[in-house]
Design a protein around this ligand. Sequence first.
Ligand code: CDV
Length: 326
Amino acid sequence: MARYLTMAAAQLGPISRGDSKASVVQRLIALIRQAHERAVEFVVFPEMALTTFFPRWYIDDRDAVDAYFDSTMPSPETLPLFEEAARRRVGFYLGYCERAEEGNRIRRFNSSVLVDRDGKLLGKYRKVHVPGASENDPTLPLQHLEKLYFEDGNLGFPVFKTASATIGMAICNDRRWPETYRTMALKGAEVVVLGYNSPAQMPDWPDQNALRAFHHLVCMQSAAYQNGLWIVASAKAGREDGFDLLGHSCIIAPSGEVVALSSTLADELVPYRCDIDLAPYYKSFHDFERNRRPDQYEGLLAARGNQRSRADAEACRRYWDGGEPA
Ligand code: CDV
């Protein structure tokens, strides 16, 4: 019998710096209710879905930045979302800023959780490919200081077997890396869900501006086809605190075709009834087991040159310990 799962990207319009998490949660709940009315079983919210995308600024006030983070999930503010989703039997992916106590210290990650239709937490993911800089450069019109505020994720790319499909998670910049999808596909992922905050313009790379939507789609379309995956990608979209974010929330089939695409830059549900069995069908078409040649892929697993990553990690630690950034 064919396996169908109706999924939706639950795109969000802008969230202002002054918006409370509680007010954003009300918007997420409205999308969950819409999903329920449209027989959607699983929705994907964006990266950092509870706050403005604050890494675009250097913010000296650590307490203000720390308020964007949550130590528990559900947190007191998101509990109503978990409860409403369980009541409506809608599972979800939620991106958020995670504060974790590990090894006797506080660590901060750009994370997401996967929640089943009963409101039970199935798993967590921490963004592996953290982009941007760890140094404040006030001369830039738009900064991207993710490396200052977040550590690199340390959970790998886990996949989770649910009643309907095997699901893996990624976050924003991860979608541009082929390793993201291949790692999960080799673990049996049939669906990859991800949220993003992608600037619509790159002031320091202006020649990229006209290609932003194309690159966003082309990396996921090729990954879906090359790995036999459904991909659901959900944007934070629109003009947020004076900066434009790309929309183009979408659902991509294992054929590589975009089967659903957002049409606004506001809160919008983008649903599609997905035939999950297309994932094993495309995997068997490529016949990974038989045809992959890992013996010929030398260098793929070589340690990265980690000079920069160590400096970034130190800058992040100094920031949170109250010192000056590098
Ligand atoms: N939030 C992100 O990871 N944004 C990156 C930007 C920095 C390029 C992205 O890949 O869209």
